[in-house]
Design a protein around this ligand. Structure first.
Ligand code: ADP
Length: 496
């Protein structure tokens, strides 16, 4: 029978989504469910693994009902997920042993400090900086909790515990406990996986005291992960890929030198650097993009912690806007030339500063400044941070294209995208499809199953919705950016 759709699951930090995609790459139907985040202590962010799984089940049911579709119409399933977050559970019963620790959580900060003298050793193997962000320290936190607080016997921990990223938890549930697997892109964010050898690294496993048999088996991003037995069907799961890499794939950034930026809560810029590893000297991370048999690529990644979240802050905390989209008109209304700078370092700064201590500030306020100037400065701060990342990326590796592909909620904002094109002196393209993450997972799943025939076919499916060209002259661009650099420098100095 000719199957009509691919079912793509996007398990994110604050919501899960299920999306049906047809042969033309079009989204036929989608459904989403919020996830409650649990914050037991300041800086700790957790979620209930069962709630995460049930949210996925609900989204799937909903999307099938809304589209009047059954599993018989589904060719294959693709999964993309929030990266680094960790779930531990009993491998026989499937019972979670601790909450899911979410990637943003800082609860393993002290554990990280134990390994600071091994920074270079770890970086050369994993491409990652020692930081609670990555999975290894979260896994150590949970294993120490099981030993020291729950007082579980060592034999139980050695023989009964599975610990892995969200994708591996979903695969285990989808396949009715038959498979416990992950893909190379997710594995490369755990700090246990050697990106040079494409295998868990025994020296790292020893260093962190984590046993290989507790971890999910690692497969190519585009391969057979099992069947959706939970739903009493035999639909095959043929892709698993971390969310940022999935968006890069969705944008068809298949060639070395292609890059994209996702403007969500945070902003993530990823550059395809091809088959040779590049280690950044300027604070970028190196990870695996994806692997499809012999085809694979590495990526350089810049992470901005507060991107679209600055607009959420203006809405929820400062209460000067009611909807994020209002920020566009307000910014356009400003005709004066006062240059207010907003450094939204609410939780420190990521690439290229990696400073946990700095906090947010607003500079250059005068008598004429209104809330509209501050909203405009908030939008511009997103673009300035992206330029900071772009600059170091350009120094560490060649960016071949002069087009930035953009997606994510804040990429809807015309003022922001135009300002970004002006600052980068580059064309910015926003795709018609705002669900790039699940689209990337669907493309990969379909390439394995034969639903899509080739990368070329997939590339033709993307439709550009809007293009923004640089309209700013060199002198103005430099003057504005100099002001931003001064603001960042002052903010960092203040935190010392
Ligand atoms: P995530 O997947 O990280 O939850 P989304 O891609 O859904 O994020 O984008 C949501 C973020 O984008 C929010 O932080 C919101 O403030 C911001 N955002 C949404 N729409 C706009 C807009 N029109 N202009 C500016 N920011 C926006």
């Amino acid at each position: 029978m000719n199957k009509k759709y691919i079912l793509s699951i996007d398990q994110g930090t604050t919501s899960s989504r299920a999306i049906l995609i047809d042969k033309f790459g079009q989204i036929i139907e989608k459904s989403s469910r919020e996830i409650n985040l649990i914050t037991p202590k300041s800086g700790w962010i957790e979620a209930d693994p069962i709630e995460i799984w049930l949210s996925v089940v609900e989204c799937i049911n909903q999307v099938l009902i809304k589209s009047n579709t059954t599993f018989n119409d589904i060719d294959c399933i693709g999964i993309t997920n929030q990266r680094e977050s960790v779930v531990a559970f009993d491998k026989f019963t499937g019972e979670p042993l601790y909450n899911c620790i979410i990637w943003q959580s800082r609860q393993s900060h002290e554990i990280c400090e134990r390994f600071l003298d091994k920074e270079e050793f770890i970086f050369k193997k994993t491409g990652l900086k020692i930081n609670p962000y990555f999975s290894a320290s979260k896994m150590i936190f949970i294993l120490e909790y099981l030993r020291n607080v729950k007082k579980l016997p060592e034999s139980y921990i050695q023989n009964n515990v599975y610990i892995g990223t969200i994708d591996s938890w979903l695969i285990y549930r989808f396949t009715n406990k038959k498979e416990f697997k992950t893909d190379v892109s997710n594995a490369s964010r755990t700090m246990l996986y050697n990106i040079n050898t494409f295998d868990y690294d025994d020296e790292l496993l020893n260093l962190f005291n984590i046993k290989r048999n507790m971890l999910p088996k690692v497969q190519d991003s585009c391969s057979l992960f099992g069947y959706s037995d939970f739903f009493n069907t035999k639909v095959k799961i043929t892709s698993v890929i971390g969310d940022q890499q999935a968006a890069l794939f969705g944008h068809a950034c298949f060639n070395k030198g292609d890059f994209k930026c996702t403007y969500g809560t945070g902003c993530f810029m990823l550059l395809n650097i091809g088959k040779n590893i590049v280690f950044s000297k300027k604070g970028l991370l190196t990870s695996i993009g994806w692997k499809i048999k012999d085809e694979y690529c590495y990526v350089l990644e810049g992470s901005i912690f507060v991107g679209g979240a600055v607009i959420k802050w203006l809405r929820d905390n400062l209460k000067v806007i009611e909807k994020a989209s209002e920020s566009e008109n307000l910014a356009n209304e400003i005709k004066d030339d006062q240059q207010v700078y907003f450094v939204p370092a609410f939780v420190g700064l990521g690439t290229p500063y990696w400073n946990d201590d700095v906090r947010g500030t607003i500079y250059n306020i005068s008598q004429n400044t209104t809330y509209k100037n501050i909203v405009k400065a908030g939008l511009e701060a997103i673009a300035y941070q992206v330029k900071d990342v772009f600059n170091v990326m350009h120094k560490d590796a060649k960016i071949k294209t002069n087009i930035l592909k953009a997606d994510g909620g804040a990429a809807e904002n015309n003022y922001l995208m135009q300002f970004q094109a002006d600052l980068l002196n580059m064309k910015v393209e926003v795709d018609n499809n705002l669900e790039m993450t699940s689209t990337g997972a669907a493309y990969l799943a379909g390439l394995y199953s034969g639903f899509f025939k080739s990368l070329d076919e997939v590339k033709k499916l993307n439709e550009i919705k809007k293009e923004y060209y640089c309209k700013m002259d060199e002198e103005k661009r430099e003057k504005l950016y100099d002001g931003w650099k001064k603001a960042i420098k002052n903010a960092i100095n203040y935190s010392k």
